[in-house]
Design a protein around this ligand. Structure first.
Ligand code: G4P
Length: 534
């Protein structure tokens, strides 16, 4: 293993060994398979296939999950922790489907790095590009894994060029594939001068690696056919001339991505990638907050909620708030202050997510993700501290792009519907607006599929059949500004005013023209498409 590149050497060792990251990819590139192999090498599961198998068992529990399966999408994100060598990896799963981009965005606020998986035959696909852009907004370090090299794939230079041009980031090869498709034999590990040979016979076997003393080492010829060896030497020479050298600082700043080639299904190249995450991935980073930022090495514990998931286990009607620890050493039973309500909370049953099981978390360090079961006190964007009034910033809520009205099939059940909707709003699964005039609700989402998911969850979890109808509105904007000006504006536009689940004022309209007009007519009123979740 290589030495750990450390940008903040003063971190306590328990924090310094943590690597908290997400995998971003286009559906089908191999995220699930790679996750499985991570867990396999991390010792969290005994056999690859278990994540999927367990997933399957879980999914058959409900039709909603069935829908998730049928569509091949992962609606719910989760977090997994496991040890690898001297490292503790916290892998936060991102929902891959574009309809869940807001959830994904918030998930990415909880990690320090991202692993970008691309399919060697397809290169950079649309969803990868979108997710990459989100990472770019935060200058997240990105490590790239080019998967499915056991199949016919594109030319390596072409893939690298495409990443550089499409995503405007420098790419440096950490390994180089030898042959491709049926002729693929393995990779040359550029960083360690090693030959990694793939074993096609046993998909769960860790690849054989052979120490090589540079490209002129005669040992190479013993393992690689002459023609492929000649090609490898030529390509590596070209790569050295044309491509930038690995610069760990540039990786940490998000300007350069190292790329590993492999085949997740054959467990090939995965260990090298994991070593890379340990070596070049960042330690827990400083968290932006108000009125001051939070450093991971601070002895006082703090953390923030980046996701709330309701009814994770239909047997217990609980909600789990996913909390990213921002500083300190948390121990089970600690009393933390819920900054928004200023109330103390005893955290008695926090959970840690090991593979697809939950376990009680006896302790957690800055960088870790824990789940806190609660009855609705914890919302996305909330900060927990040992008393100081800190509020983590930068977790946005986006104006929905699609709006629909919603009604309970049975009018007597309107109150139940309100309860269900409020819960989903708090979970961040949808925006719910209660119009100031009239009855019913307007629900806003980012992608159309979310309406279907909501309808089936409301029916399953609350036993309420619901109908979504076209709404007269298409856009929502949060209203802020000078109090008197806002009051005057609200009174004059009652038909367009609603309140979100926090009670904040929202302006609903169907015309961009209206929004422009208001900005002209009410200079002291601000209409915004995002609201910071605090
Ligand atoms: P995702 O989570 O990114 O959507 O991808 P997933 O891991 O589910 O992989 C998508 C498909 O690609 C799966 O095949 C998987 O077996 C295959 N795959 C993953 N890694 C590799 C690889 O290195 N080489 C090759 N040749 N295939 C790979 P599937 O047929 O859709 O599913 P399954 O029946 O194999 O489970």
């Amino acid at each position: 293993m290589l030495d750990t590149a450390s940008n903040r050497p003063e971190l306590p060792p328990e924090i310094a060994r943590r690597r908290t990251f997400a995998i971003i990819s286009h559906p089908d590139a191999g995220k699930t398979t790679l996750t499985e192999k991570f867990l396999l090498y991390g010792g969290a599961i005994q056999m690859a296939g278990q994540v999927r198998a367990k997933g399957e068992a879980r999914r058959t529990r409900s039709d909603f999950m069935q829908m998730e399966k049928d569509r091949g999408i992962s609606v719910s994100a989760s977090a997994m922790s496991f040890d690898y060598n001297t490292f503790r990896f916290n892998l936060v799963d991102t929902p891959g489907h574009s309809d869940f981009s807001e959830d994904t965005y918030r998930t990415l606020t909880a990690v320090d790095a991202a692993v970008m998986v691309i399919d060697g035959a397809k290169g950079v696909e649309s969803q990868t590009r979108k997710l990459f852009e989100v990472c770019r907004l935060r200058d997240l370090p990105i490590l790239t894994f080019c998967n499915k090299m056991d199949r016919e794939s594109r030319d390596v230079f072409e893939i690298i060029d495409e990443i550089q041009e499409n995503l405007a980031i420098d790419v440096t090869p950490a390994s180089w594939p030898i042959g491709q498709g049926r002729d693929f034999v393995g990779c040359y590990d550029i960083l360690r001068d090693r030959l990694e040979l793939m074993d096609r016979a046993d998909r769960n076997k860790v690849a054989e690696s052979i120490e090589i003393n540079g490209l002129d080492d005669p040992a190479l010829a013993e393992h690689v056919p002459a023609q492929l060896l000649e090609q490898l030497r030529e390509e590596l020479e070209m790569a050295r001339e044309l491509l930038p050298k690995l610069d760990p600082q540039a990786v940490l700043e998000g300007h350069m991505t190292p790329i590993w080639f492999g085949s997740a299904i054959n467990s090939f190249g995965v260990r090298e990638l994991m070593d890379g995450i340990g070596t070049y991935g960042p330690e827990p980073q400083i968290q932006s907050a108000q009125p001051r930022q939070i450093s991971p090495e601070e002895t006082k514990v703090s953390g923030f909620v980046f996701k709330v998931q309701a009814n994770m286990d239909p047997k217990h009607r609980d909600r789990v708030a996913f909390v990213r620890m921002a500083s300190g050493h948390f121990k089970r039973g600690m009393k933390l202050t819920h900054v928004r309500s200023k109330k103390p909370m005893a955290i008695t049953n926090p959970v840690l997510f090991l593979a697809s099981d939950r376990e009680l978390a006896e302790e957690a360090w800055a960088g870790d993700i824990i789940g806190i079961p609660n009855h609705g006190q914890l919302r996305i964007g909330d900060t927990l501290t040992e008393g100081e009034a800190l509020r983590v910033s930068g977790i946005p809520s986006f104006a929905p792009e699609l709006l629909q009205g919603v009604r309970a099939g049975d009018p007597m059940k309107a109150k139940h519907l309100e309860k269900a909707l409020m819960q989903f709003a708090e979970e961040g699964a949808a925006k719910v607006f209660k119009p100031a005039v009239g009855s019913g609700f307007v629900v806003g989402v980012v992608g159309a599929l979310q309406f279907e998911v909501l309808a089936s969850r409301i029916e399953l979890e609350y036993g309420l059949p619901v109908r979504f109808d076209a709404s007269q509105f298409t856009s929502a904007r949060w209203v802020s500004g000078d109090r008197q000006a806002v009051d005057k504006f609200v009174n004059a536009n009652k038909q367009h005013i609603a309140h979100d689940h926090d009670g904040d004022i929202v302006y609903l309209t169907r015309l961009q023209w209206d929004i422009d007009r208001i900005e002209r007519d009410y200079p002291d009123v601000h209409l915004t498409a995002t609201k910071e979740m605090m």
